[in-house]
Design a protein around this ligand. Structure first.
Ligand code: ADP
Ligand code: ZN
Length: 662
């Protein structure tokens, strides 16, 4: 590259990766590490962590050693790098002796830019010995939060990594993670023995992800509506808490014409690997999974992440939803949440393992998650504040509460009615009951169980006829979330808390959130996510002017062919975002194509003629005489007609009232 002042790092960014400029903290991190400094890097998923160590590894002499727990993904990571012309290799237990010998020889001969290793391999004396016989440019410790004993991703082998600094004091180390809490941050620094490391904390905002949390009524059906109406043909992940619900949900989607596979710890390793591999390679597969799925999956075109159960913490929720939209295109983080989620999670904590301190911590994590679910404020603002970042006071404009602000109402009297019923049962009858019975009493329903226990004789019987069943469940849910009511024992009976008294004594008000009658869909979002639905183009193609769709689709078909021939995921050839830009700019020469973001030197050499051939076989850029590329074709704005009307809203759940609508 010509510019005199261009650093080696920037040159590598242009030449190898084909990107225009660094993003956010990347430049500062890379400069620091290239100069030999240690770094601890916190960046959200999709923030661009990989370049932070890949570029130093390319610029500094020697091989960059990448420690990663994700053995199943190493092959894909290495394939993606080789496609860029980077000399990469890996060593892990999936290889046989001969394959490993080849990699070792390459390393010793100085023929590798990057070498990926699993932590359990790195700690072997034989590996350390091998490494000391070669030249190392940088140690990158990916998914560094695995060193944290509090996290659900703890890997004991990560603890041994503290040795690296002692054994190679002159080699810079960079630890990277998307887990952002202060505590994890400190633990990483301490346990990896990096006291002098500089800390880089990127913004945690993921503006292209639309956050939505909807009241749970019939979750599988709600999910189906979401997928059919907004994500037809898109790849995505659905998270459920139990293996059983994973299996059932995957079956349900498949039965309804959406290709879905299960992923959980109860499946054998071969099946899991096969499902993960399909997810990476196919463009429209849905994986239904427990949290065991997804860490480190760098598939860029995951268009939605759906939660059918409440995650245990905001950290977990943010990591999981962060797997959507790494390519920067509009994506959805959707969750269905209801009273039973709260009861179940509270019960889990009480009956779970661990000492009192552990339970307290778990409860605090859950409280933060519940606060996010119940907020009437901007969801993104709440998330960012949780991670210590100042949110935009005006709201983000791309979450459900910003798009359809929920009303609040004074729920003090309703709260008193619920709490009084619990008190009466406890004091007058020495009984405890769950939410169903409390609601039946409030509504004055003479069910078998009400008659059996004479609950129609209580003074509170029938005092709550002004609200419907679903509304009462919503009140109870919010009281639980606010700590004004608690869950006890294996049956999840409701009991008072210390704070309940202040409500009963009328010392405080209880504002409650009323859910919007119409759920938000991305079509009600005025912002970037444009109208889509059955028969509408997928998001990758959305915002492309209609007349460019044939070019985009032709490029995708060409890419699919290439991917099939080489046995790699399609995004290893080019990302959707790059194909979109190619369709828009319509380059007619290799030089023009090389100017497009995501087209580096190697890919230009490998695929340049192929891409130009695809474009040449078409009728030429729309609106321009053949052969004249128009890079500035403005996207056609979507019309109001595309935004969808009430007829397009998801079907209301069966029955007069959703069982859980608030
Ligand atoms: P992370 O590891 O932090 O989740 P990645 O390193 O996988 O994120 O990067 C996310 C996506 O952003 C990738 O598709 C990557 O190619 C792209 N990307 C990273 N840095 C840049 C940049 N400076 N310019 C353009 N795209 C980038
Ligand atoms: Zn918002």
């Amino acid at each position: 590259m010509a510019a005199v002042a261009e650093s080696e790092a920037l040159a590598a960014l242009h030449r190898v990766f084909g990107y225009e400029a660094f993003r956010g903290e990347q430049e500062a991190v890379i400069e620091h590490v290239v100069a030999g400094g240690d770094a601890v890097v916190l960046m959200p998923t999709g923030g661009g962590k990989s370049l932070c160590y890949q570029i130093p590894a390319l610029v500094r002499p020697g091989t960059g050693i990448v420690v990663s727990p994700l053995i199943a993904l190493m092959q894909d990571q290495v394939d993606a790098l080789r496609a860029l012309g980077v000399r990469a290799g890996f060593m892990n237990s999936t290889q046989d002796f001969d394959e490993r010998r080849v990699v070792e020889a390459e390393f010793l001969a100085g023929e590798l830019d990057l070498l990926y290793l699993a932590p359990e391999r790195l700690r072997l004396e034989s590996t350390l010995d091998l490494l000391s016989r070669g030249k190392i440019s940088v140690f990158a410790i990916d998914e560094a939060h695995c060193v944290s004993q509090w996290g659900h991703d703890f890997r004991p082998d990560y603890l041994a990594l503290s040795l690296l600094g002692e054994r190679w004091p002159d080699v810079p180390r960079i630890a990277l993670t998307a887990t952002a809490t202060h505590a994890t941050h400190q633990e990483i620094t301490q346990r990896l023995n990096m006291p002098t490391a500089r800390h880089f904390v990127a913004s945690f905002d993921r503006p292209n992800i639309q956050y939505r949390i909807v009241p749970k009524a019939d979750p599988k059906k709600q999910l189906l509506s979401l997928l059919r109406e907004e994500h037809a043909g898109d790849a995505g992940i659905v998270y459920c808490l139990s293996r059983n619900s994973v299996e059932k949900t995957a079956e349900f989607l498949t039965r309804n014409g959406i290709e879905a596979v299960p992923y959980h710890a109860g499946l054998d390793a071969g099946t899991r690997a096969a499902h993960q591999s399909r997810f990476l390679r196919e463009e429209s597969l849905v994986v239904v999974a427990t949290i065991a799925f997804g860490m480190g999956i760098d598939k860029p075109d995951v268009r939605f992440v759906a939660h059918l159960d409440l995650p245990k913490s905001v950290e977990g929720y943010y990591q999981e939803t962060g797997r959507a939209g790494r390519d920067g295109l509009p994506s959805t983080a959707w969750m269905a949440y209801g009273l039973n989620d709260v009861i179940q999670q509270r019960k889990l904590i009480q009956s779970g393992e661990g000492d009192e301190a552990f339970r307290r911590r778990a409860a605090a994590h859950l409280d933060a998650m519940l606060a996010l679910c119940e907020t009437a404020q901007c969801r993104r603002g709440q998330l960012l504040a949780y991670f210590g970042q100042d949110p935009d006071p005006a709201g983000c404009g791309n979450c459900d509460t910003c798009l359809t602000p929920p009303e609040t109402w004074d729920g003090t009297i309703a709260a008193q009615k619920v709490l009084s019923t619990v008190v009466r049962l406890q004091r007058e009858r020495r009984q405890k009951f769950g939410a169903v019975q409390i609601v039946d009493i409030l509504l004055g329903k003479r069910t078998g169980k009400v008659i059996q226990f004479d609950h129609d004789q209580l003074s509170v019987f029938g005092i709550g006829e002004e609200l419907a069943e679903g509304e009462w469940r919503g009140v109870i849910r919010q009281l639980l979330a606010q700590g004004l009511l608690a869950v006890e024992g294996e049956y999840g009976t409701l009991v008072l808390t210390e704070a309940s008294g202040s409500v009963l004594r009328r010392e405080r008000e209880v504002p409650l959130r009323k859910e919007p009658k119409k759920p938000v869909t991305s079509r009600s979002a005025s912002a970037s996510s444009s109208g889509r639905g059955a028969g509408k183009p997928k998001v990758a193609a959305a915002e492309l002017p209609e007349e460019l769709l044939p070019a985009f689709e032709a490029l995708r078909a060409w890419r699919a062919e290439q991917a099939r021939e080489q046995g790699v995921p399609a995004y290893v050839i080019f990302h959707d975002a790059t194909l979109r830009e190619i369709a828009t700019a319509w380059p007619t020469s290799i030089a023009e194509l090389g100017g497009i973001s995501g087209v580096g030197e190697k890919k230009l050499a490998t695929y340049g003629e192929g891409v130009l051939g695809v474009l040449a076989s078409l009728e030429g850029p729309p609106g321009a005489p053949a052969g004249q590329a128009d890079a500035g074709a403005p996207p056609v704005p979507r019309t109001a007609a595309d935004q969808g009307g009430p007829d397009d809203w998801p079907e209301p759940p069966e029955g007069p009232e959703p069982d859980d609508w608030m």
